[in-house]
Design a protein around this ligand. Structure first.
Ligand SMILES: [Zn+2]
Length: 179
C-alpha cells in the first residue's frame, strides 16, 4: 500500500485553514460525522470530544508553538471493519499556524464491530474509549473486541454510547513529549 499523507493546517486561533484532498476523500469514505467541506474555517476544538483529550491536545499545541519543535504522535483511526494505525506529525509554521500530517502506517481488516458503527441503536449507557489508541475502559483499558466480551455487550439489541477520554498510557506518552 502506498503511504498517503493526510494534511490539515490551523491558524493562530486554531481554525482549520486547509485540508488536503486525500483527507477529504478519506473522511468521505469513512462516513465522517463532520462533512469535510464544512470543516474549513471551523475551530479545531469543535471536532474533538472529551475534556481530557482537549486538554492534552492544548498542551501539545502550546509546547509546539513555544518551542517551535516537531511532535510525532501515534494514534488509531479505526472503522468498524478495519484497525488503522497512524502517526501524526505536528509542525509549527510562521504566525503560530500548525500543520498536522497524518500517515497510515498499517491497516488490519477485522470482523465488523457493531459497537463502532454509528448506525447501531444505543441505550442510555456510556463507555469510555481512548481518543488515541481506541482502547475501551473496563477494569483496565483493552481493545474494543476484548471490552465487548468483558462488558457482556454481544447479542444485545442496543449498545452503549461511546464517549472519548484518554487512557493513562496514552496520556503518559503524549505528555512525556510535553514535559
Ligand atoms: Zn490510549
Amino acid at each position: 500500500m502506498q503511504a498517503k499523507n493526510y494534511v490539515y493546517k490551523i491558524d493562530a486561533r486554531d481554525r482549520i485553514i486547509s485540508i488536503s484532498p486525500e483527507w477529504v476523500t478519506f473522511a468521505e469514505a469513512n462516513q465522517a460525522a463532520d462533512l469535510p467541506r464544512a470543516v474549513l474555517g471551523s475551530s479545531l476544538w469543535s471536532h474533538l470530544y472529551g475534556a481530557e483529550a482537549v486538554h492534552v491536545y492544548q498542551a501539545l499545541l502550546r509546547r509546539l508553538r513555544q518551542e517551535e519543535c516537531l511532535l510525532t504522535v501515534p494514534f488509531r483511526c479505526d472503522s468498524p471493519g478495519i484497525r488503522r494505525y497512524l502517526q501524526m506529525v505536528m509542525q509549527p509554521f510562521p504566525d503560530h499556524a500548525v500543520e498536522f500530517v497524518c500517515t497510515i502506517l498499517r491497516e488490519e481488516p477485522r470482523d465488523e464491530v457493531a459497537l463502532l458503527n454509528p448506525a447501531t441503536q444505543r441505550d442510555d449507557r456510556f463507555i469510555v474509549m481512548c481518543g488515541w489508541c481506541k482502547k475501551v475502559q473496563t477494569s483496565e483499558w483493552v481493545e474494543v473486541e476484548e471490552a465487548i466480551i468483558r462488558l457482556h455487550l454481544f447479542d444485545q439489541p442496543r449498545l452503549p454510547h461511546i464517549t472519548h477520554g484518554v487512557c493513562p498510557r496514552c496520556k503518559h506518552t503524549l505528555l512525556s513529549q510535553y514535559y
